[in-house]
Design a protein around this ligand. Structure first.
Ligand code: NAP
Length: 214
């Protein structure tokens, strides 16, 4: 092996992209990102809040800036976490393929991209734009809560995808995934406590800006 090749290999990076609506971001997301970073030896995890989620047309979502700020507040204490404004600045619907293509183009040849998101989101992957291209460029980490039926997930995916692609979806069990953004929004609406489900800074931001009340 040439000296340059050895150097290149040493410099190869594994980067995690943490995609989600993050309305709001919570401890489940943070524990997932940290677990993925540690278990897959990722150099860093870049949180990518969705600009305009393609599958949420007509649903009420908090503003891009509110979701971005909550994500920054939640991640600021972890030196391995970053937040990208890519999908927030890009006009039109936020397709994962455009995001992965961008990060892929910024990376050194041979580096690896991991797209981390919820297993339920990944179940819908065949409806995503240019899904085969996505598999060429990244490996998916599918976060599940304990007890999630991985056999059923595999079966459902196999109905839609060839086994070749299935190899590029790796499940990651995360106990804190029992927390959900939907549940937090409902709790706030019904004046129930959300303490410890999400970082204090994010909780304060939600109350200060009257989110999820309507
Ligand atoms: P979602 O439908 O709101 O979420 C589905 C499930 O996954 C929920 O239980 C959700 O929990 C969980 N989840 C979402 N993001 C997660 C994360 N990063 N880590 C752990 N669990 C997560 O999905 P979404 O948040 O809008 O979208 C997820 C990602 O898929 C985004 O990056 C989005 O751009 C991408 N996506 C792409 C396309 C496309 O390219 N056509 C279509 C759909 C989704 P919480 O509600 O608690 O977050």
């Amino acid at each position: 092996m040439l000296h340059d090749d050895i150097l290149n290999l040493q410099r190869k990076k594994r980067i995690g992209l943490m995609g989600g609506t993050f309305d709001p971001i919570h401890q489940g997301h943070l524990v997932t990102a940290e677990a993925a970073r540690s278990e897959f030896s990722l150099e860093k995890v870049i949180f990518v809040p969705s600009g305009q989620p393609p599958h949420k047309k007509g649903l009420a979502i908090s503003s891009k800036e509110a979701r971005y700020l909550m994500t920054v507040l939640a991640t600021s204490g972890n030196p391995y976490f970053e937040v990208s404004r890519l999908e927030l600045e890009r006009p039109g619907k936020s397709y994962a393929i455009d995001t992965v293509r961008y990060f892929h183009s910024q990376m050194m040849e041979g580096s690896e991209l991991f797209f981390i998101t919820g297993a339920d989101a990944i179940l819908e992957i065949v409806t995503w734009k240019n899904v085969e291209g996505l598999f060429d460029w990244c490996t998916f980490i599918a976060a599940t809560r304990p007890g999630y039926d991985l056999g059923a997930l595999r079966e459902k995916l196999l109905k839609k995808l060839s086994p070749h692609y299935l190899q590029k979806i790796i499940p990651l069990e995360v106990p804190a995934m029992a927390i959900s953004s939907t549940d937090i929004r409902e709790r706030v609406r019904n004046n129930r406590t959300v303490k410890y489900l999400l970082p204090t800074e994010v909780e304060s931001f939600i109350y200060k800006n009257d989110l999820y009340k309507a």
